[in-house]
Design a protein around this ligand. Structure first.
Ligand code: CTP
Length: 393
């Protein structure tokens, strides 16, 4: 995936700079052409000669010592991706406000290529409200943040703030550059719907929207135009059109309006199957005794999309408890192209976790079981499967 791709590696002044050499090596091994740019402080931690030996090109360290009159714009235009690893708190702050007082920052400002940032700093600095604000700004600007991880830090400390491992950064770059969904229109539903009982209460479920968010973000990384219809908290990253809904009815209306306009629809939402038939206009009072609430079915959103004449490539999800037999049945009867099933009672899997253990079914009932993975990894594998299925169909 990285073979022949042009990558600028920016190194800033943290102890993790030594890992930048290994990252450069991994990128070169993957077939990328790598040019490096270092800050003055980075040069205190890592010799430019090391990067030169690995990449075959001397890193750029200043505006004035180059034959090139405009190294930052040349590099910025040359780059297919800029990766800043490690990115110190200072560099992150400067990136957030668009400061360009060294070649690396100027390159970041001058490039239209995706920018991947791998922060590395002490936990206190990472947790500081200023850094939190700066990271949120970068994410809103469409910068991709990898890590940081938790582990050993400089000076014998440990905690969150350690630079992501080079392998993870390489995987991120591969996803960014893959662009296999360039211009493809994608619709994702996420979260658990809330069905009102009265103005203060609802029937709901434990879905956090994390799986749907991961699916939407991975599509965005690969170049898709993404609409997310969600009843949960959407991703902080910019670039996704978010439609916020509460009930199954609202989700159905939004999804049915959008579905004919997209190429692929992923229904990851945990939609309530039943809602109160009557929504009380005023709060139910304890003094009125135990209410009896009559339920009625909600619209079958996925069913409506599956039955539409111009239906997109359709992926359903199935939240099961215990056996996945129900999921197999859904895969073969619901008119989907793929079905992602999980047992939500399993530890670390399903609702509100950052990991998931899923089985992906095709309509002929064939199943591929994946191990426990991060939701991000599940999303990446799912998009790979979707690509394969669409190219066969
Ligand atoms: N779904 C939907 N509309 C509903 C209920 C579910 O579109 N009213 C979608 C979900 O987003 C998911 C798929 O249908 O993609 C399966 O949802 P799930 O709740 O697992 O299954 P159900 O069809 O509700 O079947 P059961 O209650 O028997 O598990």
């Amino acid at each position: 995936m990285l073979s022949g791709r042009r990558i600028v590696l920016g190194v800033t002044g943290g102890v993790a700079a030594y890992k930048a050499a290994y990252l450069a090596r991994r990128l070169v091994e993957a077939g990328a052409t790598v040019r490096c740019v270092m800050t003055e402080a980075a040069a205190e931690f890592l010799g430019g000669q090391t990067l030169a030996a690995i990449t075959g090109d001397h890193p750029i360290e200043g505006f004035w010592d180059e034959a090139d009159v405009s190294p930052h714009t040349d590099l910025g235009q040359w780059a297919e991706a800029l990766v800043i690893a490690p990115a110190t708190a200072a560099t992150i702050a400067k990136l957030a406000v668009g400061l360009s007082d060294n070649v690396l920052l100027a390159t970041a400002l001058a490039t239209e290529a995706p920018v991947v940032v791998a922060p590395a700093m002490h936990t206190e600095m990472w947790d500081n409200p200023a850094t939190r604000r700066n990271i949120a700004t970068l994410q809103n600007d469409g910068r991709i943040i990898v890590g940081p991880a938790t582990g050993a830090l400089a000076g014998g400390d440990s905690g969150r703030g350690r630079m992501a491992e080079p392998e993870e950064i390489v995987a991120e770059l591969a996803a960014v550059l893959q662009g296999d969904l360039q211009g493809v229109r994608v619709l994702v539903t996420a979260g658990g719907t809330r069905e009102a009982i009265d103005p203060v209460r609802y029937i709901g479920n434990h879905s956090s929207g994390k799986m749907g968010n991961a699916v939407a973000l991975e599509a965005l990384r690969r170049g898709a135009i993404v609409t997310l219809i969600t009843s949960a908290r959407p991703p902080v990253e910019g670039g996704i059109e978010v439609i916020e809904v509460e009930s199954a009815q609202e989700m159905a209306e939004a999804a049915w309006e959008r579905a004919p306009l997209v190429d692929i629809a992923i229904m990851a939402a945990a939609v309530a199957d039943f809602r109160p038939k009557i929504v009380e206009g005023e709060k139910l009072r304890r003094s009125d005794g135990i209410p009896s609430i009559e339920l009625e079915p909600t619209p079958d959103i996925l069913g409506g999309v599956a039955a539409s004449p111009d239906r997109p490539f359709l992926v359903g999800f199935a939240a099961e408890t215990g056996s996945l037999d129900g999921a197999l049945h859904k895969a073969t009867t619901k008119g989907v192209d793929l079905l992602v099933a999980n047992d939500v009672t399993k530890q670390d899997s399903g609702f509100a976790t950052d990991t998931n253990e899923v089985t992906i079914y095709t309509p002929d009932g064939a199943a591929a079981h994946l191990p426990l993975l991060s939701k991000r990894e599940v999303a990446a594998i799912l998009w790979d499967r979707i690509r394969e299925s669409r190219s066969q169909g």
